[in-house]
Structure formats: structure tokens, C-alpha cells
Design a protein. Structure first.
Length: 183
């Protein structure tokens, strides 16, 4: 069965957003350690208020009610058999042409004088009317490096002693990348 092993925690509560002060309810969690010399002074004070070491990644989550500043959220939050959504940034593939980016076929047989146009997009619009290219036209450009949500991945196993979770299927991003697991 294809599966992915994810390290999920422990995450420390670094800030609690409230309706009165911030206009919405959320909890900011910090994950991964960071050297203090590489942390800006403003963030050093932010982490000192939470009584924790500097964290590499910060993310906000809603739905937590009974957490206090400095508390730890770990893998015991998840149960085997439940479904989660995984949010991450897909692998960036750079600037790509229309054949690779959108699956265009190209000219094909290279007849009718097409000696060097095998992978070109072809016509992209009309002439004097509307005298523009319509929005959303499939053209060459940046591929990948976008936010991707993989929905309804089943939790196969929870390894509480190693802070790891095994989910069925793949998750977006490169190996070693940071993702968000949302219940």
C-alpha cells in the first residue's frame, strides 16, 4: 500500500489569537528548532513570551479551545483510521513551455513549412477584434511551486514514541519540506 511517513510535532503554542485583540480566534504553533543567532530580535521576544526556544516554522490553526501559551501539541491528536487533509507547496519545476505545462501536442508532422515550430503554442487569439489575449489562455510559464491540498488521506498508523504519522497516499512537496496536517 503506498503511504507517506510524516513527522508531526511536537508543536509549541507560541501565540493565542483572540476575538477581542486580533479579530479572530486562532492558535499559533511553532515547529522545528532554530538557532538563536539566526532569529530576529522581534521573534526572540515573541518566543520568550511563550517560554520556548526559537522555532523554524510558525502556522496558525483554528479549532483549539483549551490551550495556553507554551503548551505542547503532539501526535496524540490523531487517531488511526481517521481522515485528514494535508496542505503543502508542490515541487517547483521552473519556466516550462506549453507542451510540458499543458500537454499541447505541438505541430506534429512538421509539414506545410513548419521547420522549427514543433513545440510552439500556435495561435493565441483573434486579430483586430477583440485585439487582446483572453484571460486564462494556456501559455508557457511557471510550473509548480503552488499551494496544493490533498484531501481525505487516511491515517494508517500513529507512532507516538517517534512523533510520526503514516498516511495513505502521497503528500505535496519535496522530501524534507514543511506541510500542514488539518483534521
Amino acid at each position: 500500500m503506498p503511504c507517506t511517513i510524516l513527522e508531526a510535532g511536537p508543536c509549541v503554542v507560541t501565540q493565542i489569537k483572540t476575538q477581542d485583540r486580533d479579530g479572530y480566534e486562532a492558535v499559533q504553533l511553532g515547529f522545528g528548532d532554530k538557532k538563536e543567532k539566526n532569529t530576529p530580535n522581534a521573534l526572540k521576544g515573541h518566543f520568550k513570551k511563550a517560554n520556548t526556544t526559537p522555532k523554524a516554522k510558525l502556522a496558525e490553526f483554528s479549532g483549539f479551545d483549551d490551550l495556553n501559551l507554551g503548551d505542547t501539541v503532539d501526535i496524540t491528536l490523531f487517531e488511526e483510521g481517521e481522515y485528514v487533509n494535508v496542505v503543502g507547496t508542490s515541487k517547483g519545476k521552473g519556466f516550462q513551455g506549453v507542451v510540458r505545462r499543458h500537454g499541447f501536442g505541438g505541430v506534429g508532422q512538421a509539414t506545410h513549412g513548419q521547420h522549427n515550430r514543433l513545440r510552439a503554442p500556435g495561435s493565441i487569439g483573434a486579430c483586430s477584434y477583440p485585439a487582446r489575449v483572453f484571460k486564462g489562455m494556456k501559455m508557457a510559464g511557471q510550473t509548480g511551486n503552488k499551494k496544493v491540498v490533498m484531501e481525505n488521506l487516511q491515517v494508517l498508523k500513529v507512532l507516538a514514541d517517534r512523533n510520526m504519522i503514516v498516511v495513505k497516499g502521497s503528500v505535496p512537496g519535496a522530501k524534507g519540506g514543511t506541510i500542514r496536517i488539518v483534521k
